[in-house]
Design a protein around this ligand. Structure first.
Ligand code: SAM
Length: 284
């Protein structure tokens, strides 16, 4: 067993996020150093949003692969069934692409706002057999960024670039894997994604969320989420928030009509980074 694996296996669970936080502070520091002294672009330091994306992209480029070896719960099984026209939100460098079956997919759209990750994303799309089916979009998941990018790509053609509460949607599947923790307006963004789903379409979810301490979680883990947030977790981790009520936002996204089925399970609910994993189906 190597040193990092030993540390991860032996450190108390509530302290494990400290390793990731330290790593992200290290990459942030190096990003600032490179921006000033290597790229000689000190002015870029004033665009904090861009700087944080760049620093997170650096962290992900170095460690994304090892952080994707084991994924929580039934995620691999759920992704392997994705078919038709698929939207992958925040695909990063494409670490989860090998879990899809490209033969079942007609077209795949990856909405990734970190430009630095696109070369690796395209490389992995090719490596894992997507060929021309893969369309990388330089945008975020929030409607004001995503809709124009989808429109430009041509996928909204049949609806003249407009998606409203009443439109039928264009995607058979929308995948959100380790991304909704970082979108700037989660409620509106998730509602926007719901509108983009076809009737009968499916959302595949794998997200870390606020600790469910009132039910199956643990109050100490909930307190540690607050502690890490105060230490600067969202700042150094590219906007990632530990205390998101994503479960509720997903449930509410279907409005009064409700989801045809809503199956999400908590994975490791007693930890500081508990996940919800599962699938949601829109009514036909
Ligand atoms: C933890 S990585 C996960 C990547 C990939 N989904 C996976 O699980 O391997 C989070 C990704 O979300 C992207 N991201 C950050 N803000 C976003 C936003 N507003 N919309 C879409 N993606 C975003 C980041 O650039 C990063 O690539």
């Amino acid at each position: 067993m190597g040193f990092p694996a030993w540390v991860i296996n032996n450190i108390p669970t509530l302290l494990r996020p400290l390793l990731l936080l330290s790593l992200s502070i290290y990459h942030f520091t190096l990003t600032v150093y490179e921006t000033i002294f290597v790229e000689k672009q000190p002015k870029q330091l004033f665009d904090l949003r861009k700087l944080r994306f760049k620093s997170f992209a650096r962290l992900w480029t170095h460690h994304g692969e090892e952080m994707s070896v084991e994924m929580p719960g039934p995620l691999t099984d759920l992704l392997s069934q994705c078919h038709g026209v698929v939207l992958d939100i925040g695909p990063g460098s494409g670490q989860i692409l090998p879990r899809f079956d490209p033969k079942l997919i007609t077209a795949m759209y990856g909405a990734e706002p970190a430009a630095e990750l696109h070369p690796a994303l395209l490389k992995n799309a090719k490596k894992f057999g997507f060929g021309d089916k893969y369309n990388n979009l330089l945008c975020g998941a929030e409607p004001e960024s995503l809709i124009p990018a989808l429109d430009k790509s041509g996928v909204l053609r049949q609806m003249n670039g407009r998606i409203s509460e009443k439109s039928e949607g264009v995607f058979d599947e929308i995948c959100c894997v380790r991304v909704l923790c970082g979108v700037p307006t989660p409620k509106e963004t998730i509602r926007g994604l719901y509108n983009l789903l076809k009737p009968g379409g499916r959302m595949v979810i794998c997200e870390h969320v606020v600790n469910p301490w009132r039910t199956e979680g643990r109050i100490a883990a909930r307190a540690m989420q607050l502690f890490y947030t105060l230490l600067g977790w969202p700042f150094f981790m590219g906007g990632c928030e530990l205390q998101r009520h994503t479960f509720d936002y997903l449930k509410e996204a279907a409005g009064e009509e409700g989801w045809a089925s809503f199956n999400l399970q908590y994975i490791e609910p007693k930890t500081t980074v508990p996940f919800i994993v599962g699938e949601l189906k829109k009514r036909s």
